[in-house]
Write a new protein. Structure first.
Length: 204
């Protein structure tokens, strides 16, 4: 296998890993293990993102598993290229995921990514596990067409809001805000309980 082909194969492999990790290691585990706790904490508080140190640990763990296995199967050059492609796509996923919560969409793909991912967050946490691609959700029959996504007002990203905290007209066809903007201790406790039970947050 050529170096370029191995790099592309590694990048494409991330798509399956993204789905599998998100669904099984993060949601199905319901808070058992570091990855699951970190991810469900993000569901409970969408402004929380795992610190860089933990993301680097994830990358190091991936390298420690993938590189030796690929080396044994295909040799050093192919293994390095394959692992590099996989890590590059993992980094791309991290950037796209964070920007979905912090920046508005810039094109049709960005619009789809946000609608699909916010349906996962606010509508059905056990659906739409693929963030960068719907392919494996379609294969596993866990993909929902998000339609108009109902977003709890207290969890709405700032990029979709006007200065008064209302939905910008540009996003009226994609999202619907419900509930209060203010967050109290009861909301925080309930949001955490819901997240760790894989329930959608209540737009109170």
């Amino acid at each position: 296998m050529g170096t370029i082909l191995a790099t592309v194969a590694g990048a494409l492999s991330w798509s399956a890993a993204e789905y599998g990790l998100h669904r099984f290691a993060m949601h199905e585990m319901r808070g058992k293990g570091l990855a699951s706790r970190e991810h469900l904490s993000h569901h409970a508080d969408v402004t929380y993102f795992s610190p860089t140190s933990k993301k680097l640990l994830s990358a190091a763990t991936t390298t420690a598993v993938v590189l030796p296995a690929a080396w044994a199967l295909r040799g050093r050059r192919t293994a390095v290229a394959y692992t590099t492609g996989m890590l590059a796509m993992y980094a791309t996923y991290e950037v796209l995921h964070r920007r979905a919560h912090t920046h508005p969409p810039r094109n049709a793909y960005g619009r789809w990514l946000r609608r699909s991912h916010f349906h996962h967050h606010f509508g059905s946490p056990m659906r739409n596990h693929g963030v960068t691609s719907p392919v494996w959700d379609v294969v596993a029959r866990t993909y929902d067409d998000p339609g108009v996504v109902t977003v709890p007002r207290r969890m709405a990203p700032t990029w979709m809001l006007d200065p008064d905290g209302e939905l910008l007209p540009a996003y009226a066809g994609d999202y619907l805000l419900k509930g209060r903007r203010r967050l109290d201790d009861t909301d925080r406790s309930r949001d955490r309980d819901d997240a760790f039970a894989n329930r959608a947050p209540v737009p109170a």
